[in-house]
Write a protein that binds this ligand. Structure first.
Ligand code: AKB
Length: 332
């Protein structure tokens, strides 16, 4: 291995012979396609396999390897890992917070039983395993402003409970079996070319689409609901950075990461600097509001910054400008 000359990554690069072979589960969600693009640029197109139980759109299918994988089917998963000589696994399959409350049995199965399959296969085959956690792994009895890495975690959603379970199981497998488990607690992620599905922070993506299309937005959270948020490029870069971080820099295996915190009102105000005519109304969804009221308002990510050099690039004005540029250009 050689030290990379690319200053944007704080770690090592892989030569042609020792690059990782990566499998991404839940690859057709909000983050998988973007992560595959970033990892393929770094490790080569054929060394990153996207997987899902859904049929990929043509552009995804033609941009690199795609495979059917059901995380609830242990044998199918093991076959994929063995046949493709997988060395890193990024486990993105999960039901998010709001949709999880609407279907607790399915969320329990995908988020908890599915994770058990992933952990066992990763431990059995010596994989490096990344599982995202979330601000949703905290609850009303956690300190909310800011929320540190280590504090009370008593979430009130099946999503949050399953993510605390994932954090603890991954760390247990790390200590018990030496599994190379790495986990970041993501804030709400904002992206232009992929949509989130069934989350509490989804409003912060939808507002851009509705603002551009109709000049109006109906928000399902109260105007003063402050939540931690991040632009997708920062999230994907953080994921690659923690995956590449030398093990001796990681004093923990689960880190908070953050970029900014804002309320729907503050986001609308920033948007109005470019679209003064934007009309925002509020029609509160009680399920999502109760979830938002129990989550961190600000996220303390000082350990990630200290240990492996985490640093966000996008603050609120840059995020809004980037989203508008991206969606504006797409519209033409
Ligand atoms: C959700 O809102 O459920 C997710 C998350 C913050 O984990 N976006």
């Amino acid at each position: 291995r050689q030290v990379t000359s690319d200053a944007s990554f704080h770690s090592v690069s892989f030569s042609e012979t020792d690059h990782p072979k990566v499998l991404i589960t839940g690859g057709l969600g909000q983050l998988g396609v973007g992560l595959a693009k970033l990892l393929r640029k770094r490790f080569g197109k054929n060394n990153v396999i996207l997987s899902d139980i859904r049929k990929p759109p043509n552009n995804v299918f033609h941009s690199g390897p795609f495979i059917y994988s059901d995380i609830l089917d242990y044998k199918n998963l093991r076959e994929i890992v063995v046949n493709n000589r997988i060395t890193w696994l990024v486990h993105y399959s999960a039901l998010l917070s709001a949709v999880g409350e609407a279907n607790v049995a399915l969320a329990r199965s995908v988020n908890i039983t599915g994770l058990h399959n992933i952990l066992d296969i990763a431990a059995e085959h010596g994989l490096r395993l990344f599982v995202p956690s979330t601000i949703g792994a905290f609850g009303p009895s956690s300190p909310r402003n800011p929320t540190p890495d280590l504090c009370v975690q008593r979430p009130r959603t099946i999503y949050g409970v399953s993510k605390v379970h994932a954090e603890l199981m991954g760390e247990y497998y790390h200590h018990r079996y030496g599994l190379d488990f790495r986990c970041l607690r993501y804030p709400g992620i904002i992206s232009a070319d992929s949509m989130p599905g069934g989350g509490t922070t989804d409003y912060a993506v939808q507002i851009f689409h509705d603002a551009i299309k109709t000049g109006k937005f109906e928000c399902n959270l109260r105007p003063d609901s402050q939540l931690p948020m991040m632009y997708i490029d920062d999230c994907l870069r953080a994921t690659l950075e923690v995956l590449e971080a030398p093990a001796d820099t990681l004093s923990m295996r689960t880190y908070n990461i953050n970029a900014m915190s804002f309320t729907p009102e503050e986001l609308a105000q920033e948007l109005r600097k470019q679209m003064p005519e934007l009309e925002v109304t509020y029609n509160i969804d009680p399920v999502r509001q109760a979830i938002a009221d129990s989550w961190p308002m600000d996220f303390d990510d000082s350990n990630a910054r200290k240990d492996w050099g985490w640093k966000h690039d996008y603050d609120l004005p840059e995020l809004v400008q980037t989203m508008l540029n991206y969606l504006g250009v797409e519209r033409c």
